[in-house]
Design a protein around this ligand. Structure first.
Ligand code: HEC
Ligand code: HEC
Ligand code: HEC
Ligand code: HEC
Ligand code: HEC
Ligand code: HEC
Length: 503
């Protein structure tokens, strides 16, 4: 066998040869890893960092070396020096020595290639892990990672929701993933990270890999802790039966997951980026009959409508915080009181704790210091005896409020509940009432139901003998303080914002 030169002479030099070797190895590693991904179908967010960023780096390095070698060789030729590479290589396979050398070369080359692939694949698995997603970008992903760890989905990999299975999304995610890595390195990540994510994959391909919408039925009992901001921190828990049925294609009036019946389609247009201000809705039922609802107070102009994005409602339009729920001061303090993590016998602790959390702090250390100081100062000024007799209760309350802060507030990333509406319910964010009980109406005057019993039945409210209710048939919500019947609209979020705004 004779190997003759086929490329211009300048490419035959040591440096270009090394470059070619690196480039060839990198190219085959990319190819092998890509095939592995397709076969295993484990497409994940940052594993592609390796395939699509690190190895291509080596590939470019190899190509650059080839060019550099050629350039150097050309200058040598110009100086009249001759090439140091043989003009042609002869390989005589009938000669045992040469044949063995060739076989050994192929064998070592193959081993090397397999070694590189296994090595990179290992590196790959590291990048696929939740830890990697959550901590690679350290400060950047800290809010999402922290909230995730205390969510129902703490054992579900980031990539199960953010990427899901399949080759198309895999490649797509690599491209955005590579940009994200660049954004972190170049410090270009927006603070706070924008929500919702624009190109999140449709829920049917992620959530529904685990949850089965047809199987939603019945009701779920929910008990929410509540405490008034008075001296006694009066407890006023609310218990409801939430109708979570509706997923099956049977009767339509079964419940909340009605929106999700496969044959039902709900589409909407939102005016704002966070999808809170919904201006148009269209439902299409199983028979294909469509109903359009327009905002009667402030309808979309035909131009606005023409260029708006029409979104098909899916799980994430309600469950938009399944894994990163930054909870409000009001909710977190209510829960801490009901769990006994904060002593409810400390006067005004509900109000003071919420106030301490609902402040603009420059960074976490400053916040933690200030929380402790403000709570201790409050009792020192107003209840000096109590601070002397129960110093540990005050200290424990302060420590719990600090813990709440560090799990739900991330001033470095400008992340807290306010910027991340939770669309389940309607107490602190408009949630369901973005459509239900809103100014949306069809041309024949039909509005979207706000009947309190279509979504839940209130089972009980309050504690103790006085003021406590319990009714299997459900009762009407009685607002804990007199607000002149304003609660009957269901638009609780007009007053309640989750912080200290009502005190
Ligand atoms: C159960 C599914 C699920 C899991 C698991 C999950 N996420 Fe999310 N993530 C979401 C949804 C849903 C959103 C909000 C999208 C929206 O509102 O459109 C989101 C939003 C985000 C955002 C945008 C900012 C924000 O808070 O809205 C980032 C960043 C993020 N996730 C990172 C992560 C990281 C890192 C992990 C793993 C530690 C992870 N996610 C795990 C479902 C999930
Ligand atoms: C890999 C499987 C998996 C995926 C993907 C997944 N979930 Fe879950 N989800 C679970 C499991 C398991 C639980 C039960 C956890 C528990 O009870 O501790 C759960 C619980 C829930 C709950 C009830 C608990 C709660 O916090 O109220 C909701 C709602 C939910 N998931 C919504 C979603 C949504 C929305 C998505 C898509 C963004 C999603 N899930 C994606 C596995 C998954
Ligand atoms: C994007 C708009 C929109 C949002 C947001 C929305 N819905 Fe609906 N919902 C509708 C429409 C439209 C209907 C159908 C109304 C009709 O045909 O009478 C509906 C119907 C329902 C029904 C009744 C099904 C039946 O006919 O018995 C329930 C229950 C329901 N929604 C619960 C909720 C809950 C709970 C939330 C919040 C977690 C919510 N919806 C958020 C638009 C919305
Ligand atoms: C119209 C709003 C809405 C949509 C759309 C929606 N859900 Fe829900 N879902 C709710 C509400 C409200 C609850 C009750 C939550 C509560 O009260 O804590 C709930 C409860 C759940 C639960 C807990 C059920 C239980 O037994 O405790 C799961 C799981 C869930 N949803 C998953 C999904 C998935 C998956 C999708 C998409 C196929 C989806 N949901 C679509 C509003 C919605
Ligand atoms: C479109 C569905 C829907 C309608 C209509 C609706 N609610 Fe709700 N409501 C919810 C959901 C979902 C929750 C959240 C349950 C949970 O905390 O998990 C909720 C929660 C509540 C709570 C408990 C709040 C808390 O934080 O403890 C009260 C009280 C309440 N609703 C009162 C009302 C009243 C009064 C009306 C009638 C004006 C009404 N709701 C109409 C869906 C609805
Ligand atoms: C007109 C304003 C207004 C409206 C509307 C309103 N509230 Fe309130 N609410 C208040 C005030 C003021 C307080 C007492 C101060 C406080 O606790 O924040 C309060 C207190 C509460 C409390 C006890 C404190 C807590 O959150 O733990 C609950 C529970 C509550 N409201 C639920 C609701 C619900 C549910 C709705 C909607 C159905 C609603 N409110 C509508 C003004 C309002």
């Amino acid at each position: 066998m004779i190997f003759r030169r086929r490329l211009p002479d300048v490419f035959y030099n040591g440096l270009s040869a090394v470059g070619a070797l690196i480039a060839a190895l990198a190219a085959s590693a990319i190819f092998i890893l890509f095939l592995l991904d397709l076969v295993l179908g484990q497409s994940t967010l940052y594993q592609g960092l390796v395939t699509y960023l690190v190895i291509p780096g080596f590939l470019s390095l190899g190509l650059l070396l080839i060019l550099a070698g050629a350039w150097r060789e050309r200058r040598r030729h110009a100086r009249g020096e001759s090439s140091r590479f043989p003009k042609e290589i002869r390989l005589d396979l009938t000669n045992p020595a040469e044949r063995n050398a060739a076989l050994a070369g192929i064998f070592i080359g193959t081993l090397f290639l397999i070694g590189t692939s296994i090595g990179t694949y290992k590196a790959y698995q590291v990048t696929e892990s939740v830890k990697f997603c959550g901590t690679l970008c350290h400060q950047t992903m800290k809010p999402e990672y922290t909230a995730y760890q205390s969510s129902s989905h703490a054992r579900v990999a980031c990539v199960a929701c953010h990427i899901g299975p399949g080759a198309g999304w895999f490649v797509k995610s690599k491209i955005t993933g590579a940009y994200q890595v660049y954004a972190v390195l170049a410090n270009k990540v927006p603070r706070p990270i924008e929500t919702p994510i624009r190109n999140l994959r449709p829920a049917r391909e992620t959530c529904q890999e685990c949850h089965w919408p047809e199987k939603f039925f019945g009701a779920r009992r929910v008990v929410n802790a509540h405490y008034l901001p008075d001296e006694n921190n009066t407890a006023d828990p609310i218990s409801l039966l939430v109708n979570i049925g509706g997923g099956s294609a049977g009767e339509r009036s079964e419940g909340i997951h009605w929106h999700m019946i496969v044959a039902n389609k709900v589409e909407y247009i939102a005016r704002d980026r966070t999808r809170q201000d919904i201006a148009w809705v269209r439902t299409t039922d199983r028979a294909g009959k469509a109903t359009e609802y327009n905002n009667v107070d402030n309808p979309l102009s035909p131009e606005e409508k023409a260029k708006a994005e029409v979104r098909v409602m899916d799980c994430m339009d309600c469950h938009n915080r399944p894994s990163h729920n930054y909870r409000s001061p009001n909710k977190t303090v209510n829960d801490a009181l009901s769990l006994g993590r904060i002593s409810a016998s400390l006067p005004f602790i509900k109000r003071e704790a919420v106030k301490a959390l609902d402040q603009d702090y420059p960074d976490t250390p400053a916040a933690l210091a200030s929380i402790e100081k403000s709570l201790t100062d409050f009792y020192r000024t107003n209840y000096p005896d109590l601070l002397k007799t129960r110093p540990s209760d005050v200290a424990a309350a302060a420590a719990e409020v600090q813990r709440i802060y560090s799990h739900n507030f991330f001033p470095e990333m400008k992340v807290a509940w306010k910027g991340y509406p939770d669309n389940i319910g309607h107490e602190e964010f408009p949630g369901c009432f973005r459509c239900h009980g809103s100014s949306l109406a069809s041309s024949d005057g039909k509005t979207i139901a706000k009947d309190c019993r279509s979504c839940h039945i209130l089972l009980s409210q309050g504690t103790g003998k006085e003021g406590a209710f319990l009714s299997p048939a459900g009762f009407e919500f009685k607002h804990p303080v007199d607000v002149g019947g304003a609660e009957a609209s269901g638009q609780c979020a007009l007053c309640h914002k989750g912080g200290a705004e009502l005190y």
